[in-house]
Design a protein around this ligand. Structure first.
Ligand code: PLP
Length: 477
């Protein structure tokens, strides 16, 4: 493909993307395909000769789009948002074009320095403690990881390395393997699956402690678990607090947990994957009270902050722990421009890294802080509006409301809510998923798309009620 063909293909694709986004409401949110559908539509072998871009674009429409779950549809209310915005798409395009692999300052000066600057902009916007910023005098700083899962794992591995080093400094006769076998990590039973996975991959015992009836982990629960483990000769090492759990967007009690972690010398990592964006709005910062106790903090701009996947922002108070844990040098990685600026390869699992800061920069400049605040506040207001609709129908129970997520259920046995969700999924017009709240099945309704409006919430509620009418007697008007 030469530059002329690229211009044509690229421009046609931009039009295709804009049309897709602007007409997305016309599509069912869930596709009507069955597992294996694509195997029958693709040739068994790669083509021997190149094909014209027009043919490729035609096939996108013919065989790819019918198999897409439309996460950006205003009728998508499952999981959490996976952000998408035009400036972010353009940022990713430029990242793809520059195509640098910025593992060190030398390998990508702009890639490194824009990331440092963006992490500082964002850290200040969230009002994170000063020690997290690259611009403070200390050893802290921010880095863009691919996902919250990676951030949790990186923090866990850094904590593990820190503990092994510090114990062996005091007594070098203790084998590292013996220490590693005694380290314990904690989180709540409401934490995301990626937290448990971090324990599995990082080979650290991970205790998922019981949360309270609102889904929050309390200090006394952690204190008791730590006490028992110490008595058993184990070494409490790492705690992952959730600010915004996946199920109901509950917040662990940081003000109780933080001092315990500090006292016990436990590394406190905060997973605010979805909810972190809300701290850009001053009126919600009360939800992160106690953040000053944390050693590392992470949130996904690729969830609620209008940056396309992947763009997970992580800060650490002391990046030397990452560098100690992940510094593996080779002659081909060295350069003579070392400075206070990071070689980000020491802050992450892979060697290679994309120029992700571009999309963050484009989004922050295009929307401005006020634009992002408006987006977040609109979603929160819509979730509240949805809850008000639930409350007006006596057949339903409004269960939780936290930020852009409301949960609800049909009164009675769990099987009724399960039936409702099954019907909604089979219909494909909306997409909602369940979770458990106080041991009962509830349906989650998330304001997920950047484009969701009040009329979309009204539409969703009318679809939900239509299906409910087939399960329980229709609402008396
Ligand atoms: N943590 C929480 C609280 C989440 O809700 C999610 C995903 O929904 C994750 C972590 C995982 O995020 P990622 O896909 O970026 O690893």
């Amino acid at each position: 493909m030469d530059a002329d063909q690229f211009r044509q293909f690229g421009k046609a694709m931009i039009d295709y993307i804009a049309d897709y986004q602007e007409t997305i409401r016309d599509r069912k949110v869930l596709p009507s395909v069955e597992p294996g559908y694509l195997q029958h539509l693709l040739p068994d072998e790669a083509p021997q000769k190149g094909e014209p871009w027009q043919e490729i674009l035609k096939d996108v429409d013919r065989i790819i789009m019918p198999g897409v779950t439309h996460w950006q549809s205003p009728n998508f209310h499952a999981y959490y948002p996976t952000a998408c915005s035009y400036p972010s798409i353009v940022g990713d395009m430029l990242s793809g074009a520059i195509a640098c692999v910025g593992f060190s300052w030398m390998a990508g000066p702009a890639c490194t320095e824009l990331e440092v600057a963006m992490m500082n902009w964002l850290g200040k916007l969230l009002h994170l403690p000063e020690e997290f910023l690259n611009c403070s005098e200390g050893p802290g700083g921010g880095v863009i990881q691919g996902s919250a899962s990676e951030a949790s794992l990186v923090a866990l591995l850094a904590a593990k390395d820190k503990f092994v080093r510090s114990i062996r400094e005091k007594d070098p006769t203790i084998p590292a393997a013996e220490i590693k076998g005694k380290l314990v990590a904690y989180s709540s039973d409401q934490s995301n699956s990626s937290v448990e996975k971090a324990g599995l991959i990082g080979s650290m015992m991970m205790r998922l402690l019981p949360s309270d009836e609102d889904g929050a982990l309390r200090g006394t629960t952690l204190q008791e678990a730590v006490r028992k483990d110490r008595e058993a000769g184990l070494i409490p090492c790492f705690f992952i607090a959730s600010l915004g759990t996946t199920g109901t967007c509950a917040f662990d009690n940081l003000e109780e947990i933080g001092p315990i972690c500090q006292e016990e010398g436990i590394w406190l990592h905060i997973d605010a994957a979805y909810a972190g964006t809300v701290f850009i709005c001053p009126e919600y910062r009360y939800l992160m009270k106690g953040v000053e106790y944390s050693d590392s903090f992470n949130f996904n701009t690729h969830k609620w902050m209008l940056c396309n996947f992947d763009c997970s922002c992580m800060w650490v108070k002391d990046a030397r722990y990452l560098m100690d844990a992940f510094n593996v040098d080779r002659i081909y990685l060295k350069h003579n421009k070392t400075s206070h600026l990071p070689d980000y390869r020491h802050w992450q699992i892979p060697l290679g890294r994309r120029f992700r800061a571009l999309k963050l920069w484009f989004v922050l400049r295009s929307y401005g802080v006020e634009g992002i605040q408006e987006h977040v506040r609109k979603d929160i207001a819509l979730a509240k509006y949805f809850e008000s609709l639930v409350k007006q129908d006596e057949r339903f129970e409004a269960c939780t409301l936290s930020l852009g997520l409301a949960t609800f259920r049909l009164k009675g046995d769990d099987s009724l809510t399960q039936k409702l969700l099954d019907k909604i999924t089979a219909d494909k017009t909306l997409y909602l998923i369940p979770c458990y709240y106080r041991e009962r099945l509830v349906a989650r309704f998330v304001i997920a798309s950047r484009m969701t409006q009040k009329s979309d919430v009204d539409f969703a509620w009318s679809v939900i009620c239509e299906h409910a009418d087939q399960i329980v007697a229709p609402k008396i008007k």
